[in-house]
Ligand binder design. Sequence first.
Ligand SMILES: Nc1ncnc2c1ncn2[C@@H]1O[C@H](COP(=O)(O)OP(=O)(O)OP(=O)(O)O)[C@@H](O)[C@H]1O
Length: 239
Amino acid sequence: MTDTQNQLVLDKVNVFYGASHILFDMSFGVRKGRTLALLGRNGAGKTTTMKAIMGVTPVRSGSIHYGDDRLNGRQPHTVARHGIGLVPEDRQIFPQHTVDDNLRIAAKPGPDGQTDWTIDTIYDAFPILAGMRGRKAGMMSGGEQQLLSMARCLMGNPDLILLDEPSEGLAPIIVQEIGRLIRSLRSTGVTIILAEQNMHFCLGLSEDAVVIDKGQIVYVGTIQELRANQEITNRYLAI
Ligand SMILES: Nc1ncnc2c1ncn2[C@@H]1O[C@H](COP(=O)(O)OP(=O)(O)OP(=O)(O)O)[C@@H](O)[C@H]1O
Protein backbone atom coordinates (compact mmCIF):
# COMPACT_ATOMS: atom_id res chain seq x y z
CA MET A 1 0.00 0.00 0.00
CA THR A 2 1.62 3.27 -1.07
CA ASP A 3 0.79 6.63 0.40
CA THR A 4 -0.49 7.83 -2.97
CA GLN A 5 -3.52 5.58 -2.53
CA ASN A 6 -4.27 7.11 0.82
CA GLN A 7 -6.72 9.97 1.16
CA LEU A 8 -5.59 10.82 4.68
CA VAL A 9 -2.13 10.14 6.07
CA LEU A 10 -0.89 10.64 9.62
CA ASP A 11 2.89 10.55 9.86
CA LYS A 12 4.59 10.37 13.27
CA VAL A 13 1.94 12.51 14.95
CA ASN A 14 2.65 13.52 18.55
CA VAL A 15 0.02 15.20 20.70
CA PHE A 16 0.34 16.55 24.22
CA TYR A 17 -2.24 17.81 26.71
CA GLY A 18 -0.12 20.21 28.74
CA ALA A 19 2.86 18.18 29.91
CA SER A 20 1.14 14.82 29.24
CA HIS A 21 2.27 13.05 26.11
CA ILE A 22 -0.91 11.45 24.68
CA LEU A 23 -0.19 10.29 21.08
CA PHE A 24 3.23 8.83 20.28
CA ASP A 25 4.49 8.87 16.67
CA MET A 26 1.09 7.87 15.35
CA SER A 27 1.30 6.87 11.68
CA PHE A 28 -1.41 5.34 9.51
CA GLY A 29 -3.28 5.99 6.28
CA VAL A 30 -6.89 5.74 5.18
CA ARG A 31 -7.71 4.83 1.62
CA LYS A 32 -10.38 6.62 -0.35
CA GLY A 33 -13.78 4.98 -0.13
CA ARG A 34 -12.74 2.56 2.61
CA THR A 35 -13.81 2.31 6.21
CA LEU A 36 -11.10 2.04 8.83
CA ALA A 37 -11.91 0.92 12.37
CA LEU A 38 -9.83 2.82 14.93
CA LEU A 39 -9.95 0.48 17.89
CA GLY A 40 -8.71 0.69 21.44
CA ARG A 41 -9.82 0.58 25.02
CA ASN A 42 -11.13 3.48 27.04
CA GLY A 43 -8.50 6.23 27.12
CA ALA A 44 -6.36 4.67 24.36
CA GLY A 45 -6.38 7.93 22.37
CA LYS A 46 -9.13 7.46 19.75
CA THR A 47 -10.89 10.78 20.44
CA THR A 48 -7.55 12.60 20.61
CA THR A 49 -6.62 11.18 17.19
CA MET A 50 -9.89 12.45 15.71
CA LYS A 51 -9.50 15.86 17.36
CA ALA A 52 -5.95 16.10 15.99
CA ILE A 53 -7.22 15.37 12.45
CA MET A 54 -9.96 18.01 12.84
CA GLY A 55 -7.54 20.64 14.16
CA VAL A 56 -9.35 20.82 17.50
CA THR A 57 -6.26 19.57 19.35
CA PRO A 58 -2.83 20.85 18.28
CA VAL A 59 -0.24 18.49 16.86
CA ARG A 60 3.20 19.02 18.50
CA SER A 61 5.16 17.24 15.76
CA GLY A 62 4.56 15.05 12.72
CA SER A 63 2.15 15.73 9.89
CA ILE A 64 -1.42 15.07 8.78
CA HIS A 65 -2.02 15.22 5.04
CA TYR A 66 -5.32 15.07 3.18
CA GLY A 67 -4.41 14.46 -0.42
CA ASP A 68 -1.67 17.03 -1.06
CA ASP A 69 -2.89 19.41 1.66
CA ARG A 70 -1.23 19.56 5.03
CA LEU A 71 -3.96 19.78 7.67
CA ASN A 72 -2.05 20.22 10.89
CA GLY A 73 -1.81 23.80 12.03
CA ARG A 74 -5.16 24.60 10.41
CA GLN A 75 -8.30 25.70 12.20
CA PRO A 76 -11.21 23.22 12.51
CA HIS A 77 -13.42 25.24 10.12
CA THR A 78 -10.67 25.07 7.47
CA VAL A 79 -10.32 21.31 7.96
CA ALA A 80 -14.11 21.01 7.60
CA ARG A 81 -13.96 23.01 4.36
CA HIS A 82 -11.63 20.35 2.96
CA GLY A 83 -14.58 17.95 3.26
CA ILE A 84 -13.89 16.28 6.61
CA GLY A 85 -16.79 15.92 9.03
CA LEU A 86 -16.65 14.83 12.68
CA VAL A 87 -19.49 13.16 14.56
CA PRO A 88 -18.21 13.79 18.09
CA GLU A 89 -18.64 11.44 21.01
CA ASP A 90 -20.66 14.07 22.91
CA ARG A 91 -22.85 14.61 19.80
CA GLN A 92 -22.92 18.43 19.99
CA ILE A 93 -26.48 19.02 18.92
CA PHE A 94 -28.47 22.13 19.84
CA PRO A 95 -30.93 20.89 22.50
CA GLN A 96 -33.20 23.94 22.38
CA HIS A 97 -33.63 23.72 18.62
CA THR A 98 -35.86 21.33 16.70
CA VAL A 99 -34.52 18.40 14.70
CA ASP A 100 -35.32 20.34 11.53
CA ASP A 101 -33.43 23.44 12.67
CA ASN A 102 -30.46 21.37 13.82
CA LEU A 103 -30.23 19.93 10.32
CA ARG A 104 -30.81 23.18 8.40
CA ILE A 105 -28.14 25.04 10.42
CA ALA A 106 -25.61 22.38 9.35
CA ALA A 107 -26.41 22.53 5.60
CA LYS A 108 -23.53 23.35 3.31
CA PRO A 109 -22.14 22.10 0.01
CA GLY A 110 -19.19 19.72 0.03
CA PRO A 111 -15.65 20.71 -0.99
CA ASP A 112 -16.43 20.26 -4.71
CA GLY A 113 -19.78 22.01 -4.41
CA GLN A 114 -21.68 18.72 -4.12
CA THR A 115 -25.10 18.83 -2.48
CA ASP A 116 -26.11 15.16 -2.46
CA TRP A 117 -27.30 15.48 1.11
CA THR A 118 -30.23 17.84 1.52
CA ILE A 119 -32.94 17.97 4.15
CA ASP A 120 -35.08 15.68 1.93
CA THR A 121 -32.41 13.04 1.27
CA ILE A 122 -31.55 13.07 4.97
CA TYR A 123 -35.17 12.40 5.97
CA ASP A 124 -35.32 9.58 3.41
CA ALA A 125 -32.18 8.00 4.89
CA PHE A 126 -33.17 8.68 8.51
CA PRO A 127 -36.89 7.81 8.79
CA ILE A 128 -36.69 8.04 12.59
CA LEU A 129 -35.69 11.71 12.31
CA ALA A 130 -38.35 12.37 9.68
CA GLY A 131 -40.95 11.29 12.20
CA MET A 132 -39.77 13.80 14.80
CA ARG A 133 -38.69 16.81 12.76
CA GLY A 134 -40.56 19.29 14.97
CA ARG A 135 -39.22 17.89 18.25
CA LYS A 136 -36.64 19.75 20.30
CA ALA A 137 -33.36 17.83 20.11
CA GLY A 138 -32.97 17.97 23.90
CA MET A 139 -36.17 15.91 24.22
CA MET A 140 -34.81 12.97 22.19
CA SER A 141 -33.29 9.73 23.47
CA GLY A 142 -29.51 9.26 23.36
CA GLY A 143 -29.81 7.02 20.32
CA GLU A 144 -32.02 9.49 18.46
CA GLN A 145 -29.54 12.27 19.29
CA GLN A 146 -26.74 10.10 17.90
CA LEU A 147 -28.67 9.71 14.64
CA LEU A 148 -29.24 13.48 14.56
CA SER A 149 -25.54 14.12 15.11
CA MET A 150 -24.66 11.81 12.18
CA ALA A 151 -27.31 13.46 10.01
CA ARG A 152 -25.96 16.92 10.88
CA CYS A 153 -22.49 15.84 9.76
CA LEU A 154 -23.89 14.56 6.45
CA MET A 155 -25.66 17.89 5.83
CA GLY A 156 -22.13 19.28 5.28
CA ASN A 157 -21.65 16.80 2.37
CA PRO A 158 -18.27 15.51 3.61
CA ASP A 159 -15.90 13.19 1.70
CA LEU A 160 -14.39 11.80 4.90
CA ILE A 161 -16.39 11.15 8.06
CA LEU A 162 -14.90 10.66 11.52
CA LEU A 163 -17.35 8.75 13.70
CA ASP A 164 -16.37 8.78 17.36
CA GLU A 165 -17.86 5.75 19.15
CA PRO A 166 -21.32 6.01 17.59
CA SER A 167 -22.60 2.85 19.29
CA GLU A 168 -21.44 3.72 22.81
CA GLY A 169 -24.05 3.25 25.51
CA LEU A 170 -26.95 2.79 23.10
CA ALA A 171 -29.75 0.20 23.01
CA PRO A 172 -29.20 -2.72 20.58
CA ILE A 173 -32.03 -1.61 18.29
CA ILE A 174 -30.43 1.81 17.72
CA VAL A 175 -26.97 0.25 17.38
CA GLN A 176 -28.45 -1.89 14.58
CA GLU A 177 -29.89 1.22 12.93
CA ILE A 178 -26.52 2.96 13.15
CA GLY A 179 -24.87 -0.11 11.60
CA ARG A 180 -27.40 -0.04 8.76
CA LEU A 181 -26.68 3.66 8.16
CA ILE A 182 -22.92 3.15 8.11
CA ARG A 183 -23.38 0.33 5.58
CA SER A 184 -25.47 2.54 3.32
CA LEU A 185 -23.01 5.44 3.68
CA ARG A 186 -20.21 3.12 2.57
CA SER A 187 -22.11 2.37 -0.61
CA THR A 188 -22.00 6.10 -1.49
CA GLY A 189 -18.18 5.94 -1.68
CA VAL A 190 -17.50 8.15 1.33
CA THR A 191 -14.39 7.40 3.41
CA ILE A 192 -15.00 6.64 7.09
CA ILE A 193 -12.89 6.36 10.22
CA LEU A 194 -14.92 4.55 12.85
CA ALA A 195 -13.56 4.84 16.39
CA GLU A 196 -14.85 2.01 18.55
CA GLN A 197 -14.03 -0.07 21.59
CA ASN A 198 -16.17 -2.86 20.21
CA MET A 199 -14.46 -4.79 17.40
CA HIS A 200 -17.57 -6.88 16.75
CA PHE A 201 -19.61 -3.81 15.85
CA CYS A 202 -16.97 -2.98 13.21
CA LEU A 203 -16.65 -6.44 11.68
CA GLY A 204 -19.22 -6.11 8.93
CA LEU A 205 -18.64 -2.39 8.58
CA SER A 206 -14.92 -1.88 7.96
CA GLU A 207 -12.18 -3.41 5.84
CA ASP A 208 -9.18 -1.98 7.64
CA ALA A 209 -8.26 -1.65 11.28
CA VAL A 210 -5.80 0.20 13.46
CA VAL A 211 -5.51 -0.70 17.14
CA ILE A 212 -4.06 1.81 19.56
CA ASP A 213 -3.04 1.42 23.17
CA LYS A 214 -1.80 4.21 25.43
CA GLY A 215 -1.43 6.48 22.41
CA GLN A 216 0.65 4.04 20.38
CA ILE A 217 -0.25 1.92 17.38
CA VAL A 218 -0.10 -1.79 18.17
CA TYR A 219 -1.77 -3.17 15.00
CA VAL A 220 -2.33 -2.04 11.39
CA GLY A 221 -3.98 -4.41 8.93
CA THR A 222 -7.31 -5.78 7.82
CA ILE A 223 -10.10 -6.29 10.32
CA GLN A 224 -10.39 -9.96 9.34
CA GLU A 225 -6.73 -10.57 10.19
CA LEU A 226 -7.26 -8.70 13.43
CA ARG A 227 -10.22 -10.88 14.29
CA ALA A 228 -8.02 -13.95 13.92
CA ASN A 229 -5.19 -12.41 15.95
CA GLN A 230 -6.02 -13.45 19.50
CA GLU A 231 -2.82 -12.08 20.93
CA ILE A 232 -3.74 -8.54 19.90
CA THR A 233 -7.47 -8.80 20.57
CA ASN A 234 -7.00 -10.32 24.03
CA ARG A 235 -4.30 -7.92 25.01
CA TYR A 236 -5.59 -4.61 23.66
CA LEU A 237 -9.33 -4.90 23.12
CA ALA A 238 -12.16 -5.44 25.54
CA ILE A 239 -13.97 -8.39 23.99
N1 LIG B 1 -8.35 17.57 27.88
C1 LIG B 1 -7.52 16.64 28.35
N2 LIG B 1 -6.52 16.96 29.21
C2 LIG B 1 -5.67 16.03 29.68
N3 LIG B 1 -5.73 14.71 29.34
C3 LIG B 1 -6.70 14.33 28.51
C4 LIG B 1 -7.66 15.25 27.97
N4 LIG B 1 -8.52 14.57 27.16
C5 LIG B 1 -8.11 13.28 27.19
N5 LIG B 1 -7.04 13.13 28.00
C6 LIG B 1 -6.31 11.88 28.25
O1 LIG B 1 -5.79 11.43 27.01
C7 LIG B 1 -5.85 10.03 26.92
C8 LIG B 1 -6.58 9.63 25.66
O2 LIG B 1 -7.94 10.01 25.78
P1 LIG B 1 -8.98 9.86 24.57
O3 LIG B 1 -10.27 10.51 24.99
O4 LIG B 1 -8.35 10.29 23.32
O5 LIG B 1 -9.17 8.28 24.55
P2 LIG B 1 -10.28 7.39 23.83
O6 LIG B 1 -9.56 6.23 23.26
O7 LIG B 1 -11.10 8.22 22.92
O8 LIG B 1 -11.12 6.88 25.04
P3 LIG B 1 -12.68 7.05 25.42
O9 LIG B 1 -13.29 5.80 24.96
O10 LIG B 1 -12.64 7.16 26.90
O11 LIG B 1 -13.18 8.27 24.73
C9 LIG B 1 -6.49 9.52 28.20
O12 LIG B 1 -5.46 9.13 29.09
C10 LIG B 1 -7.20 10.76 28.73
O13 LIG B 1 -7.27 10.71 30.12
